[in-house]
Design a protein around this ligand. Structure first.
Ligand code: ADP
Ligand code: MG
Length: 257
């Protein structure tokens, strides 16, 4: 069996707020093999985002171990974590988190600059363009976020997450601000990236029907995993979209170039 891309052992995370301690994670052990699509669900406050921050190398556990691609990252310094994060992790958030006065292509190119890439400008731009093409936005390179729909903005964010060829794509409620059809389109994009490109996806959602697009559903409650199951009868977003009636303006299809 391929080694896990994410392996954690007994992760604990305690936040100290004034005189109080909040035990956000109370012993989380999980293995995620490469190429899996995991949905993380659970009620508000159950520790999903805390888990994601640790898995995404944005924060360290209070105790416990975490191996990312076989490398123990649980004891790394903040600078080391930042370096690992830039190379291995792509993030997608509910609110898109795009720079507003910055074009789509410039937003996508940014992580390459942060990573201190020694690539030439033309190479970086080519890479950003390729990623926007991969999410169906080849014709929107110079649009600003306010000239794009919510679904298109989320696609830009996904292109940005992919530009460094990460090992994992981490998404925290990526469909939280989107209507039903756009949510299916975004889930279709995650399924495509997972199945066709083999990218490991970890997606946090509190919506049970969104979780059914994943291949595995892990449920948190009170800082621990309370269920972990393979999805039977997984939803197929592309299939569902084919069955929907066509609508008037449709500008998000992958371009034929
Ligand atoms: P979820 O994403 O499932 O809603 P979180 O991981 O955000 O859950 O939160 C888990 C618990 O930790 C909650 O009780 C929350 O209030 C607390 N918590 C989260 N982040 C912090 C923080 N930075 N400081 C203090 N408490 C926090
Ligand atoms: Mg959360």
């Amino acid at each position: 069996m391929a080694p896990a891309v994410i392996a954690t052992k007994n992760l604990l995370k305690t936040y100290v707020v004034g005189e109080h301690q909040v035990k956000a994670l109370r012993g989380v052990t999980i293995d995620v093999p490469p190429g899996e699509f995991v949905a993380v669900t659970g009620p508000s406050g159950s520790g999903k985002s805390t888990f994601m921050h640790i898995v995404g190398c944005l924060d360290r556990p209070t105790s416990g171990r975490y191996w990312l691609d076989g490398q123990d990252v649980s004891q790394m310094s903040k600078n080391q974590l930042a370096e690992v994060r830039n190379r291995k992790i792509g993030f997608v958030f509910q609110g898109f988190n795009l720079l507003t006065r910055t074009s789509a292509i410039d937003n996508v190119e940014l992580p390459l600059l942060y990573a201190g890439s020694s690539q030439k400008t033309s190479v970086r731009r080519g890479r950003a363009k390729e990623m926007l093409g991969a999410v169906g936005l080849a014709e929107r390179l110079d649009h600003f976020p306010n000239q794009l729909s919510g679904g298109q903005q989320q696609r830009v964010a996904i292109a940005r997450a992919l530009v460094n060829t990460p090992s994992i794509l981490l998404a925290d409620e990526p469909t939280g601000n989107l209507d039903t059809k756009t949510s299916i389109e975004i889930m279709g994009l995650f399924q495509h990236l997972n199945i066709e490109r083999g990218i490991t996806v970890v997606l946090i959602t509190h919506e049970p029907d969104i979780a059914e697009y994943a291949s595995r559903v892990v449920s948190f409650r009170d800082g621990v995993i309370v269920s972990d199951r393979a999805v039977t009868g997984r939803r197929d977003a592309a299939e569902e979209l084919r069955k929907l009636p066509p609508d008037r303006e449709e500008a998000t299809e992958p371009c034929q170039s």
